[in-house]
Ligand binder design. Structure first.
Ligand code: KIV
Ligand code: NA
Length: 276
């Protein structure tokens, strides 16, 4: 396995090969992902919910993102790594957006950044790309601004909203984004957007016609117990297994079953006899 280049990701779209992406937030998980054929890791600001215990993604800071991007970069040498720009790191000014995106590449070591938004971020995306920073865009359900969208619900269902999403995807492509996440939109709209732009679409809750897919790793491994959105498929159900292991450990320690002989160290009888 070798880390794909951006032109290779573009080739995958042209050749109809699906791009696979999952999130990771630490060394252990990223090491496992790096052993698979999955092309891309997103160090998402979903970090806030699945790892840091916040209610949403808004509280996540640049320092927290960098703290988690770094170990992922150390682990996944052969996977393309995208670092999310957290809320507040690109909405104040273009200068601060460039400053924060630079940090994600220079300090974090990520290959690209991702930020949420449509027409409102086109100028920012353009400036970042001009500054030499690869940008993945993200439209549809944008969790950082879910309050403005009226909550976590499917986007682009009516004609005006659907047209606007198509327009936004095209504008973000023109601004130089190398790929675009489509979150929680109807499959048929995702298909139209995917056909209308030449950069890859990476779907989450956007149906099977996208050029690639992304899932939050805790969701797809069944490790996150709070809730599971409709668009998640659980490829494993780890939370019950982890609970079972922890409960067995607790019981065995209480009962003196663990540690057994084979987990314990000995010393010579000679030395031992002198201790008494
Ligand atoms: O933060 C995240 O995990 C994301 C994906 C769900 C696209 O932005
Ligand atoms: Na995100």
């Amino acid at each position: 396995k070798k880390k794909p280049t951006i032109p290779q990701l573009w080739d995958m779209k042209r050749e109809g090969k699906k791009i696979r992406m999952v999130t990771s937030y630490d060394y252990m998980m990223a090491s496992l992902v790096d052993e698979t054929d999955i092309e891309m890791i997103l160090v998402g600001d979903s970090l806030g919910m699945v790892v840091l215990g916040y209610e949403g993604t808004v509280p996540v800071t640049m320092e927290e993102m960098l703290h988690h991007i770094k170990p992922v970069v150390r682990a996944a040498r052969n996977t393309f790594i995208v670092g999310d720009m957290p809320f507040g790191s690109y909405n104040a000014s273009i200068e601060s957006a460039i400053h924060n995106a630079n940090r994600i590449l220079k300090e974090g070591g990520a290959d690209a950044v991702k930020l949420e938004g449509g027409l409102n971020v086109v100028q920012t995306v353009e400036a970042l790309v001009k500054a030499g920073i690869p940008v993945m865009a993200h439209i549809g359900l944008t969790p950082q601004t879910a309050t403005q969208l009226g909550g976590f619900k499917v986007q682009g269902k009516d004609l005006e909203a659907a047209k606007r999403l198509i327009e936004e995807a095209q504008a973000l492509e023109a601004a130089g984004a190398f790929a675009i996440v489509l979150e929680c939109i109807p499959s048929s709209l995702a298909k139209i957007i995917t056909e209308k732009i030449s950069i890859p679409t990476i779907g989450i809750g956007a149906g099977p016609h996208c050029d690639g897919q992304v899932l939050v790793i805790h969701d797809m491994l069944g490790m996150f117990k709070r809730f599971t959105p409709k668009f998640v498929k659980k490829y494993a159900d780890l939370a019950p297994q982890i609970l079972d292991a922890l409960n067995t450990y607790a019981r065995e320690v209480a009962e003196g079953v663990f540690p057994a002989e084979e987990h314990s160290f000995g010393m010579s009888e000679e030395t031992l006899s002198r201790l008494y």
